[in-house]
Ligand binder design. Structure first.
Ligand code: GLN
Length: 197
């Protein structure tokens, strides 16, 4: 079983630990650099990206996080985690820092305020069957660099065509929350990436 950490500073850590365990990983929370150094892969959860980045700086994790990304550790970022992995943010706060590594531009809170949350069934590369995607004050991907594969886009209904899941090398990110609803197939597809890395 691959040992997969969940960055446990803020956000929906517990749900990711459960989904990773269900998908066949040995899942652990990560709060310290030495815990980060001991995992085969990492999940950066949803929550509040500015809070997570401030806490990462406070706990001396920002540079270690950047290092593991540069060295090729497989990382899955969901919602706020997608914002944190993005190289470029639109509508972030002025001082917002990211881990970076993913050659995409992400619009934070991209679906506006009136309708903060919605759900849609999607096809996703690497996952069999439809994925029930839950969007909560979600970002979306505005543009992608040449090395980035689009894994999912919105279909009928709200904002068709918007990119909501991507992969670049060992980095994967979703706008939505695959950890809610008891479906661990997206985490399973991340573990496929971890095993092939
Ligand atoms: N809007 C949040 C942010 O930018 C993300 C919301 C979420 O992770 N559910 O940090």
């Amino acid at each position: 079983r691959p040992k997969v950490g969940v960055l446990a500073l803020q956000g929906d850590v517990r749900e990711h630990l459960a989904a990773l365990t269900a998908a066949g990983a040995d899942a652990v929370g990560v709060r310290r650099p030495r815990e980060l150094a001991a995992v085969d892969a990492l999940v950066v959860p949803g929550g509040e990206s500015t809070t997570i980045s401030k806490l990462a700086v406070h706990f001396d994790l920002m540079e270690p996080l950047r290092d593991v990304v540069v060295r090729g550790l497989p990382v899955l970022g969901t919602c706020a985690g997608m914002v944190l992995l993005a190289d470029r943010i639109v509508d972030g706060t002025a001082d917002q820092r990211t881990i970076g590594g993913l050659d995409v531009t992400v619009r934070r809170n991209g679906f506006g305020r009136q309708v903060d949350s919605f759900e849609q069934d999607l096809d996703m590369v690497g996952v069999e069957g439809r994925v029930h995607a839950v969007f909560i004050r979600a970002p979306y991907v505005v543009d992608v660099g040449p090395g980035v594969e689009v894994l999912a886009a919105l279909e009928d209904g709200r904002d068709p065509g918007r990119i909501v899941a991507v992969r670049q090398g060992s980095l994967m990110a979703t706008s939505f929350h695959p950890e809610v609803g008891g479906d661990s197939r997206v985490h399973g597809s991340f573990l496929d990436l971890v095993r092939s890395a």
